[in-house]
Design a protein around this ligand. Structure first.
Ligand SMILES: [Zn+2]
Length: 395
């Protein structure tokens, strides 16, 4: 059994359903401390965060990951228990697959978190141990940042809180590699170089309740809101840019009515969300939305929540170039460079001035029953992370 496979199995056995870390970070901290890293436990509320750093001065390269996992769902639906790691030989749909260890078949590791993202976390730890053992006097600093609150609904006490503390104490981060499972079909075929922002709003439109037979004595908020909604839905918020599609506006919930067909309701509520690109700013989207509502004469309250600013690591950024080269040379593929998908904790690190790139295993099984990772790819992942360290912090 390889070191990385052994470590990921140890992590899967710890039932770290978000936001419980279940001892994962203590295990990793002990290993990295032995390797010469300085350890800080940054616990906020129910959330464990770990900062392990090696070296001094700048530049600083950070590997970012999470030890929490999503719930398994009904354990009986799994072929093997989700928190008991198992390696099984699987038939390959594609016989050409380069990972085939035995004709047409491959080994996969099953367990909750195998791909999202205990596999990456174990690979990062193993890569960092090997890197500092070989290059004890590397340039700058190399660090591992872990949280147990990535998969939860709010992420208040995870990397968001850690980044606030980093900003306050002037912690400099130049490059950040996020281990989120980014690959589509095989390791290295896709990296994420940015993410859209997410801006949500809870809207209440006030009317006046009344009898449907006496509309002159009521004000129907559904009728009042309809033309404003049509305008919001048709609005072209921006044209996007070379790296992002245009900003999109969606209504995810719309409610009004008492259930009776003879009552004009007194209010309407809606939840709205923008997935926005770097061509727009959250402030402008807010202002433009409210201007449309005002133009339609609505009496409304709109509570905004900005859950993440968009970020983009520019094509000429040093980290982006290095990660692309490493995928080409070590995986033999030309990685797609994407800004798609949801959000990740990279959104909290990018505003500190860091270039952020996401590189992890195939994401086909994440959050599903029978989550798994290809063993050959898992065992190659530490080489990729270590090569990134070497290209940025040595020579
Ligand atoms: Zn994840």
């Amino acid at each position: 059994m390889s070191d990385v496979l052994d470590l990921v199995c140890e992590l899967i056995r710890r039932r770290s359903v978000t936001p419980d870390d279940a001892g994962c970070q203590a295990l990793l901290a002990a290993r990295l401390q032995r390797a010469g890293f300085r350890i800080e436990h940054l616990r906020h509320g129910d959330v464990d965060n770990l900062w392990a750093v090696h070296g001094d001065g700048g530049p600083t390269l950070v590997f970012l990951g999470h030890t929490d996992v999503v719930p398994s769902g009904p354990e009986a639906s799994w072929h093997s228990p989700p928190f008991e790691p198992v390696v099984r030989l699987c038939d390959l749909p594609d016989r050409e697959n380069r990972n085939a260890t035995i004709h047409g078949r491959t080994l996969r590791l099953y367990g909750r978190g195998a791909a999202d993202m205990k596999g990456s976390v174990a690979a990062m730890a193993v890569a960092l141990e090997a890197f500092v053992a070989t290059h004890p006097r590397h340039a700058g600093r190399v660090a591992l940042l872990l949280t147990s609150d990535e998969e939860g609904p709010t992420n208040l006490d995870g990397v968001r809180k850690v980044a606030e503390g980093f900003r306050a104490r002037g912690e400099q981060i130049d490059w950040c590699v996020v281990g989120e499972p980014s690959a589509k079909e095989r390791l290295g075929d896709l990296i994420r170089v940015g993410r859209r922002g997410s801006l949500s709003g809870a809207l209440t439109v006030r009317g006046v309740q009344g009898h449907v037979a006496y509309p002159e004595k009521a004000l129907n908020p559904i009728h009042a809101f309809a033309p404003a909604l049509a305008e919001l839905a048709a609005e072209r918020w921006d044209e996007g840019n070379a790296d992002f599609p245009p900003t999109s506006f969606q209504v995810s919930n719309l409610n009004a009515g008492t259930g009776a067909n003879n009552v004009i309701p007194g209010e309407l509520t809606a939840l709205i969300n923008f997935r926005y690109c770097t061509a727009s700013r959250a402030d402008d989207l807010r202002t433009r939305t409210e201007a449309i509502l005002c133009r339609h004469g609505l009496d409304f309250v709109l509570d905004w929540n900005l859950s993440g600013e968009p970020f983009l690591t520019p094509p000429d950024g040093r980290l982006r170039k290095v990660v692309v080269d490493v995928c080409r040379e070590l995986c033999g593929v030309e990685p797609a460079q994407s800004t798609g998908g949801g959000t990740s904790d990279g959104r909290f690190i990018a505003p500190l001035g860091a270039e952020v790139v996401e590189l992890g295993p195939v994401n086909a099984s994440i959050h599903k029953v029978d989550e798994c990772v290809d063993v050959a790819e898992l065992e190659r992942l530490p080489d990729l992370y270590r090569a990134i360290c070497e290209r940025l912090l040595t020579g």
